[in-house]
Design a protein around this ligand. Structure first.
Ligand SMILES: [Zn+2]
Ligand SMILES: [Zn+2]
Length: 300
């Protein structure tokens, strides 16, 4: 493990406890539970399982062979730039791309690759991890291929982990249930204030707030939405509900399949063969709830 990888990994592991602590002390929506519905799905299946396999697919099976096939020598076309300038370049260009791709996903058939992300009913630090495999493959290939192609191996080994860390921490931050008041900064930097609205199940904001890191794309291209922004008085207006306005599978493989082929969600999830498998996280939560209430009853 390189020096950069070590540092970025340490920061990455410290970030979730920081987000969770902020969520406990300054909640945007009060009363949200850490182990909420879909916690296991987002944590195990999307964050660990899917990320592990997609990283291999994107870097080793797509980008590396593409570079070889295209006959691109490892000359490192812009490797002489300072690291901060490289990070800034890839940050801004990718963020511009992601704004338009995200907008396209909300407006075309590509919605199928994005609905998983919007299926989270509790938007918190972990919610952003729920993204369909197709969405990740497209976005991360477009994100990391230029870095690998334009830089030599040594420089890419510094820029890639920094960029990946920024994605991960920023992703957790904009989804976090933290009541931040950043005032005029919201014209420049995206945060939970605008992204919580993007996830709300309200018709008027479905086509708003596409930005990920820099909020100015939304304001430049006319898709910014934030009640109370002007004249910067907070009216404590908040979205009331999150998630999708239609039936969506609760399980990882069914969610992945749903983008390719529509099916009757209730019928499939109630199929006797897979019902216990779909239900077990809820059954576990209910079991703990019931035993907790039994204990409190017994105590009375
Ligand atoms: Zn979206
Ligand atoms: Zn999101």
């Amino acid at each position: 493990m390189s020096h950069t990888e070590l540092i970025t990994t340490i920061i990455l592991f410290c970030w979730p406890p920081l987000m969770v602590t902020l969520e406990r002390f300054f909640p945007y929506t009060k009363g949200l539970k850490l182990f909420r519905e879909g916690f296991w799905l987002d944590f195990f299946w999307y964050t660990i399982f899917q990320s592990y396999f997609l990283k291999i697919l994107i870097f080793d099976w797509i980008i590396a062979p593409a570079k070889t096939a295209l006959g691109l020598a490892d000359s490192g076309y812009i490797s002489s730039w300072p690291i901060w300038a490289l990070v800034l370049l890839f940050l801004v260009t990718h963020d511009f791309y992601i704004y338009w791709f995200h907008r396209l996903q909300h407006n075309t058939f590509l919605w199928r690759t994005h609905e998983a992300h919007h299926s989270v009913k509790t938007v918190d630090w972990l919610a952003g991890s729920r993204s369909h495999a197709i969405e990740i493959i497209i976005n991360q290939t477009i994100e990391f291929a230029p870095i690998i192609i334009l830089l030599d191996v040594k420089t890419a080994a510094i820029v890639v982990p920094i960029k990946a860390l920024l994605d991960a921490t920023w992703g957790m931050w904009i989804h976090s249930n933290v009541d931040v008041r950043s005032g005029k900064l919201q014209y420049f930097i995206n945060g939970p204030e605008m992204h919580q609205w993007h996830h709300s199940n309200h018709r008027e904001v479905f086509y708003k707030n596409y930005s990920t890191k820099f909020a100015f794309w939304d304001w430049i291209f006319g898709t910014g939405f934030l009640p109370g922004l002007s004249p910067f008085k907070y009216e404590f207006l908040k979205p009331q509900q999150y998630g999708l306005p239609y039936e969506y599978p609760r399980e990882f493989f069914l969610q992945t399949a749903f983008a390719f082929k529509r099916f009757d969600v209730k019928k499939v999830e109630h199929n006797l063969g897979i019902k216990p498998y779909v239900e077990w996280p809820n059954a576990l939560v209910n079991f703990f709830k019931e035993s907790a209430s039994d204990t409190s009853k017994a105590a009375k």
